[in-house]
Design a protein around this ligand. Structure first.
Ligand code: CR6
Length: 835
């Protein structure tokens, strides 16, 4: 055994090296071994699924070695670590990522070919890990990739849902939800049955006098549920660093399966208790940008925060440092307010268990936490009812009240006699029932609050958190514009484009320094390069066209302009604006002469995205898109000039196929509503152009790539309020004349029973058009006409596409992580030596 020997600090020790893989060894041997031994299959009886499992296990072996070494290195070095707390991690598939990061994808391709498999088919066997709703969850996954790639000692903490986001099926044009049980045969997680934490719920608080006379509190008679750790390796690209994502699973605590009940014949209730405990981590709540205040969700949040903090504190205590050093060792980032209870839990541990004084403890807490806000939508801002908290987490509620009391005392001193201010900033909303405003608690308990794009960060400072800027000063607030990992969204999703860029730039360094893309601008006029660029886009479109044919039965012309809007379906994202625009296009084409039609640029309008199961309007939008699709695609008179496609069950792996195939993508939210958006970045990085509003990161994308390379339209954020004011709810107002024709068609049953869609038209005509669909309709269709004109000039279009990609360097999550590290976490990467 090669036991670790301690060396002076910062030197990286040699740890056990019993397993080694020669860097150039082909994974084929290992893959065959796994098929024949681990899976107990004969090679003659090996299907794609077994080939997938064998390949995954072969790559997993390599990851495990680096993963163990990374953890040992990080423990030995004992420097500050980052803990990223997120209720969602939308990881997608892991095998392709592992192959590219380990760097042996080509060898794997050859090995699989020898066995008679295409690597794409084998990769396609993997079930997406879909523990998230949309952008917030995918951002967490991209950030993990960058933290590992940049060698930051960082852990992700989340929940191991048994069911991820539901699978969407479209039946007769309606969305149906099917459960996503994803855990069978998942080689990427490692149960750590020895790492368990007892989590308390309910019970009561007892006051007592400690030996030193101090009044203390203890939380007693609580119900206990056990948290079990499951670890997922997160490999960095081009580095040996492999970080850890720890997901907690709930289980009845060891004594909880009540044998007494069982023996007394009460089998059912014994099992029910067991199941109740397991319910906590059973299912991901399927809402994006909406909070519903369900008790089980609060249980999930506390369960995960308490288990994670227990783990973090345990790790810290091993180092035997003074508590005051905690913030020098630990940075905890709250991904939205979902983990805000972690703030309260740390304060509770410090004062109730560790015996620290309130102020000393609170100082440690605020220095350790950072909070990222991802929305200004009021319906998404979390509030928990006081009675609910009182019942479930009685001690936490007391602490929240104390935090609030001390905070309000400070505010009162600074703003004497401003009662309004006190009630506006209070953590407690004085409603019936009273509510705890989690965002206020998160701000008060953190040292930095950040938004996710410039406009958004400005908006939080001037609207929802305005008072806090006055109280704490502007330095408490900052902006970190979102990004995406170029490894997945360029190299993995668009390998040919990545290879072409590498050929021009003389290597793949741009994958770890995306700003190097700017060197591509020098080749904009290079004929051969342009041809290859265009050819790659065509091939990607052809692949998508084939997929559309296979899954929907509709044939689309791969030379048409592919116009894509894929994201969660939400009124603020305005898929309704898009489909109304499509109907307008359809009506326009129908009214054209044969001569006029010759000038029309053929289009394929592609939609995809899930609606929250209880979100009626969003479901109605999906229904309308599918009805329009049916009518338009079966109208031989229109033929290839227009096709409308709804791609079922949009997810990460579909995004990897769709993004590289778009000519144009739509990011058309009502200005001021989309905090950032990240798919906008994915599309541009694959050479697609954008039609969008001046919202979220669209604004910064425009600044980087140039106004001439993006199609912007619509109301500006600063004018939205004023326009909304002019629409009076319940009073029909004059809507845009072209939109009125679209509504006439819908009401004339052109797309089936008009009654099915009356909620959509009424929301614009009668309910105050909150999302400004009518106000923006004219500039939207006019801008689409400009898109058509631009697309006719293919050379110009290509130049825009190449120039845009060249200027996308800013939008890498590597830049994002370095900004968080510098301005919020104060952590350093751990250099990886040759161990
Ligand atoms: N729904 C924002 O709406 C942003 C992501 C990641 C969102 C979106 O604009 O890009 O977060 N917000 O920052 C929330 O989930 C609350 C999202 O994904």
């Amino acid at each position: 055994l090669n036991l670790p020997t301690r060396k002076s600090s910062r030197q990286v020790p040699m740890f056990g090296r019993s397993v080694e893989f020669p860097a150039d060894s082909l994974p084929q041997k290992e893959l065959v071994r796994h098929i024949e031994t681990t899976l107990a299959r004969s090679l003659y009886n090996c299907d794609e699924n077994a080939a997938y499992s064998g390949t995954a296990l072969a790559f997993r072996d390599r990851l495990i070695i680096e993963w163990n070494k990374t953890q040992q290195r990080q423990t030995f070095n004992d420097q500050k670590r980052v803990y990223y707390l997120s209720l969602e991690f939308l990881m997608g598939r892991a095998l392709d990522n592992a192959m590219l990061n380990v760097g042996l994808k080509d060898a794997a391709r050859d090995g699989l070919k020898d066995l008679g498999f295409r690597i794409e088919d084998v990769i396609g066997q993997e079930h997406d890990a879909a523990l998230g709703n949309g952008g917030l969850g995918r951002l967490a996954a991209c950030l993990l990739d960058s933290m590992a790639t940049l060698n930051y000692p960082a852990w992700g903490y989340g929940l191991r849902y048994r069911y991820g986001i539901f699978k969407q099926e479209i039946v007769n044009g309606y969305q149906m939800e099917v459960p996503d049980y994803w855990l069978d045969n998942n080689p990427w997680e490692f149960p750590r049955h020895e790492i368990t934490v007892d989590i308390q719920f309910y019970g009561c608080v007892r006051k007592y006098q400690a030996e030193n006379g101090k009044i203390m509190h203890s939380w007693e008679d609580a119900e206990i549920v056990q948290a079990v750790a499951y670890d997922v390796p997160i490999p960095g690209y081009g580095t040996k660093t492999t970080n850890n994502l720890r997901l907690w699973s709930s289980k009845a605590s060891s004594g909880e399966f009540d044998f007494q009940k069982f023996n007394a014949g009460d089998y059912e209730s014994a099992v029910a208790d067991e199941q109740r405990a397991e319910t906590i981590s059973a299912v991901l709540y399927p809402n994006d940008n909406l909070e519903r205040g369900k008790e089980l969700r609060l249980k999930q949040q506390y369960f995960w925060c308490a288990a994670s903090l227990y783990d973090i504190v345990r790790r810290f205590k091993k180092s035997k440092r003074a508590w005051s050093e905690f913030p020098d060792q630990v940075a905890i980032q709250l991904n939205d307010t979902h983990p805000t209870l972690a703030i309260v839990e740390l304060q509770r541990i410090l004062i109730d268990t560790e015996g620290l004084e309130w102020d000393e403890a609170w100082n440690i807490v605020t220095k350790s936490f950072g909070y990222t806000n991802h929305t200004v939508l009021p319906e998404a801002l979390e509030k928990w009812s006081v009675p609910l908290l009182q019942n479930l987490l009685p001690r936490h509620l007391q602490i929240i009240y104390d935090v609030n009391l001390y905070f309000l005392q400070i505010v009162e001193k600074r703003f004497p006699n401003d009662r309004e201010m006190l009630s506006r900033v209070s953590i407690i909303e004085e409603s019936h029932p009273k509510m705890v405003r989690m965002a206020h608690l998160a701000i008060i308990g953190s040292h930095k609050v950040n938004g996710v794009a410039e406009l958004h960060s400005d908006l939080i400072k001037t609207t929802i958190f305005k008072d806090f800027v006055e109280i704490y000063g502007p330095d408490r607030f900052t902006n970190v514009t979102n990004g995406i990992t170029p490894r997945r969204w360029l190299h993995q999703a668009n390998p040919r484009l990545s290879a072409l860029i590498a050929e021009k730039l003389g290597g793949y360094e741009f994958l770890t320094d995306l700003t190097l893309l700017d060197k591509l601008e020098a080749f904009v006029d290079d004929k051969k390069f342009r041809t290859e660029w265009a050819e790659i886009k065509s091939a990607n479109k052809l692949r998508l066209a084939r997929y559309i044919k296979e899954t929907t039965g509709f044939s689309v012309n791969p030379d048409a302009l592919f116009d894509v809007q894929v994201k969660r379906i939400h009124e603020y994202k305005r898929q309704q604006l898009n489909i109304f625009g499509v109907i307008h296009r359809y009506l326009t084409i129908k009214a054209m002469s044969a001569e006029e039609r010759k000038k029309v640029v053929p289009r394929v309008s592609i939609f995809g995205g899930k609606a929250a199961p209880g979100y009626w309007m969003a479901k109605t939008v999906i229904h309308l898109i599918n009805k329009v699709s049916f009518v338009v695609n079966n109208d031989a008179d229109v033929g290839d000039l227009l096709k409308v496609i709804f791609i079922e069950d949009y997810n990460v792996s579909k995004a990897e196929m769709i993004c590289p195939a778009s000519d144009l993508s739509e990011h058309i939210s009502t200005a001021g509503t989309e905090a950032s958006g990240t798919s906008n970045m994915k599309f541009v990085l694959s050479g697609g152009l954008i039609i969008g509003t001046c919202d979220g990161a669209n604004i910064e994308i425009t600044r980087e790539i140039g106004e001439q390379n993006i199609f912007l339209f619509g109301t500006l954020a600063e004018d939205v309020e004023e326009l909304r004011h002019r629409h009076v709810y319940g009073q029909t107002f004059q809507i845009d004349s072209q939109l009125a024709k679209v509504f006439e068609a819908i009401k004339g049953n052109m797309f089936g029973d008009a009654g099915d869609f009356s909620a959509l038209t009424a929301s614009v005509e009668q309910h105050g058009d909150f999302y400004l669909v009518s106000d923006d309709f004219n500039s939207y269709v006019t801008t689409h006409e400009m898109v058509d004109e631009a697309f006719k000039n293919r050379e110009e279009w290509l130049a825009k596409s190449i120039t845009s990609v060249a200027r996308m360097g800013f939008f890498s999550t590597d830049r994002v992580i370095n900004e968080y590290a510098d301005s919020i976490w104060n952590v350093e990467p751990l250099e990886v030596g040759k161990d």
